[in-house]
Ligand binder design. Sequence first.
Ligand SMILES: [Zn+2]
Length: 205
Amino acid sequence: MDRLVEGHKQFLAQVFPGSRHLFKLLADGQRPEWLFITCSDSRVVPDLMLGTSPGDLFIARNVGNVVPVVSHDVDGVTATIEYAVEVLKVKSAIVCGHSDCGALKAALNRTELENLPKARRWLSHVEAAFSHRQPQNPADGEHAELAALIRGNVVAQLWNLRAQPSVARAVVEGRLTVHGWYYDILTGGIEQYDEGTESFLPLVE
Ligand SMILES: [Zn+2]
């Protein structure tokens, strides 16, 4: 814990004073423009990747950047989506997967889950990745098979996102756009799913 306490000390001493005005505004409310759905993985740091600040991104995180299929059950992800769209009125929703994702690795290898009943049940949500699996990209080298499945999972979760009633309504009314991203930890690059060509293209050329 020492490192976290030390880090918080530095935040109070060096970061907070410089952004006092921003935090004063944020203390009374938030108006994030983007809903960002991503994996719990410690290597995915949205504000770092995107140059965003406190108040910019409304974030839902879970293992495998899952959006559960529409059902009568309530879960944290779909409740978060509904709130983001209906109350915060975000303008875009992004599902962001990442390279070397443990969730898809487990789905691919079918291992390591014997003693993890909760994780095993949760990971049934990523099974749809297999039917949306993308072509392998030689640039991914020895990880090409896994990377193709991870991209497939982004597409699968994007469909689930579109099917959420609040999202479907907002998209039809033209007040929300939805996007699927793949973040490569090794290169730092982001690819965006292009629905026209059904392929992932670099977000930045
Ligand atoms: Zn992951």
